[in-house]
Ligand binder design. Structure first.
Ligand code: ATP
Ligand code: MG
Length: 510
């Protein structure tokens, strides 16, 4: 039995062919993973399946209905979580759940949801004041209400920490019944590897459809195979780093947090955080959702006022001279913070002038960065129309446009496809070798391995600080059970993900 049957589906957006003569069946009662490069057509496909978009050619049947002409019959059977889920930011967590329960006409039974999402302690907090990952979890909880027959999840795990990601997966598996069909789009290939079926899309076409295990037995091999299918990744010298000129030489700590603290009411978002980052160092701020990472970033670039303490960028105190401190850094915010109605090129031009690049150099700098980031085909498109991964690329390009000696990257790779992630990290490590100081957060544990040092952050405090290897040794001491770790390639040491989980769980005990 198939929940979805698609034949020769084509969808155009102006000159762009988003879906190109695509045929696909989605089996009932199975979890199907949808994978593909940024802009490959995943979101378009999901929306067409439920009748939010009308195809130009081809046929679709969803749960036996025509999604265009029988939308009213179809909609009550569907749970759709779009990439940007419509939470009411000025309602609390519990009010959002109540509202969605009422819309779906189901009872107000939220205990299990709140427990799974770990949102129980925050049920009276406004949704707008939740961290990025907490919002994702609440969105998923609202989608799951009412036991839909067919769940379509558009990258639900973007920005969700490794522990919660396991919880989300478990939440979906436990909350659905054996008949429920799930179509789950994801950039996490380990996630896709654990599903029943994987569908890889490239430029609007299906290029693989089958069991993930048939493509490759381990998650790592699966990732490599998918990269091959998507055209492969060839590491090249980072042009951005090559053309980088550092403004000046600096003393010891290029980035320094000095007893930073942020309180909202009685709640400590960040509690007494101090560190010193050296020139050319890649410093990773890792931690569960809501740990206080973004709040730290915001204080360190002068966007949020610390309750106590301060930060120094290239020796300049951010609370005393925010403007001068900021001129030394490029900040890529977690949430898309570009001008949606401006085109890609206009955004870059805007940031070039805002960051003080001289008029005569602007055009060439913008041209260069468009090329390096592969944005040429999108240069004249409005940035709000870009797929998520491309928005991230553009945000990173904007943060780098003025060659800052310090870079703050708040989840630069969330929602970015696997090839672009490798490319981002190639730029990041090359820039660090040039002497750029980098403070970065990520929920991809493989990326944490690229960091020189990691601060593991939880409940607003540093619970561990050291090189990736030092943290792994610490986790091994706490959890010495001999355990082969075939994917880490480091013999007895645990993987970064295991390390993260062990250290967080240990801190919870205390
Ligand atoms: N304006 C606010 N009012 C109340 N609480 C807030 C506000 N802003 C943030 N918080 C809370 O501070 C805590 C830290 O949030 P922050 O965004 O820094 O987390 P994070 O570590 O970046 O998480 P994520 O990995 O999900 O991005 C969370 O509990 C969040 O709900
Ligand atoms: Mg954050």
């Amino acid at each position: 039995m198939n929940t979805v049957e698609i034949k020769n589906l084509t969808k155009y957006f102006g000159k762009i062919t988003a879906l190109d003569n695509l045929s696909l069946n989605i089996e009932k009662g199975k979890i199907t993973g949808l994978i593909g490069a940024d802009g490959a057509g995943k979101t378009t496909l999901l929306r067409t399946i439920i009748g939010l978009l009308i195809p130009d050619k081809g046929e679709i049947s969803t749960l036996g209905f025509n999604p265009v002409t029988q939308k009213e019959e179809l909609t009550p059977l569907i749970g759709y979580m779009p990439q940007k889920f419509g939470l009411y930011e000025d309602l609390t967590v519990i009010e959002n759940l109540t509202l969605y329960a009422d819309l779906k006409n189901v009872p107000h039974e939220f205990e299990k949801m709140l427990e799974f999402t770990k949102l129980a302690p925050f049920q009276d907090r406004l949704a707008g004041a939740l961290s990025g990952g907490m919002k994702q979890k609440l969105g998923l909880a609202c989608t799951l209400l009412g036991n839909p027959e067919f769940l379509l999840l558009d990258e639900p795990s973007v920005g969700v920490d490794p522990i919660s990601r396991k919880d989300l997966m478990q939440m979906v598996r436990e909350m659905i019944n054996p008949e429920t069909t799930v179509l789950w789009s994801t950039a996490y290939l380990d996630e896709a590897h654990s599903f029943d079926t994987a569908v890889v899309i490239d430029r609007g076409r299906v290029i693989y459809e089958g069991k993930p295990h048939d493509l490759a037995p381990t998650p790592q091999e699966f990732e490599n195979k998918v990269i091959d299918l998507m055209g492969g990744y060839k590491q090249e010298n980072s042009k951005i780093a090559e053309n980088y000129t550092l403004l000046k030489d600096i003393q010891d700590c290029t980035v320094e947090a000095d007893n930073l603290e942020k309180k909202y009411g009685n709640f400590y978002a960040v509690k007494n955080n101090s560190f010193c980052i050296q020139k050319g160092e890649i410093f990773g701020l890792l931690g569960p959702n809501g740990a206080g990472k973004s709040t730290s970033f915001k204080m360190m670039c002068g966007l949020a006022k610390p309750t106590n303490g301060t930060a120094r960028i290239m020796g300049i105190d951010i609370t005393k001279d925010p403007e001068k401190a900021r001129s030394n850094l490029g900040y890529m915010a977690q949430k898309f913070s570009l001008y949606g109605s401006l085109t890609v090129r206009e955004n870059l031009e805007f940031f070039a002038s805002a960051y003080g690049i001289k008029f005569k150099n602007r055009a060439s700098r913008v041209k260069e960065i468009i090329e390096v980031f592969g944005l040429k085909d999108y240069a004249d498109q409005k940035s709000e129309e870009l797929p998520l991964g491309l928005k991230q690329r553009l945000s990173m390009a904007c943060a780098l446009i003025h060659n800052p000696p310090v870079l703050f990257l708040d989840e630069p790779t969330s929602g970015v496809d696997v090839i672009t992630r490798r490319d981002f990290w190639n730029h990041i490590t090359s820039l660090a070798r040039k002497g750029v100081t980098i403070l970065v957060t990520t929920h991809f544990m493989d990326e944490a391995e690229y960091c020189d040092r990691i601060s593991l952050f939880y409940h607003g405090e540093t619970i561990a600080l050291g090189t990736p290897e030092e943290l792994k040794r610490k986790a091994l001491e706490l959890n010495p059970a001999p355990k082969p770790a075939p994917t880490s390639g480091e013999g007895e040491l645990p993987t970064m993900e295991e390390t993260f989980i062990t250290l967080i769980k240990e801190s919870e005990k205390e």
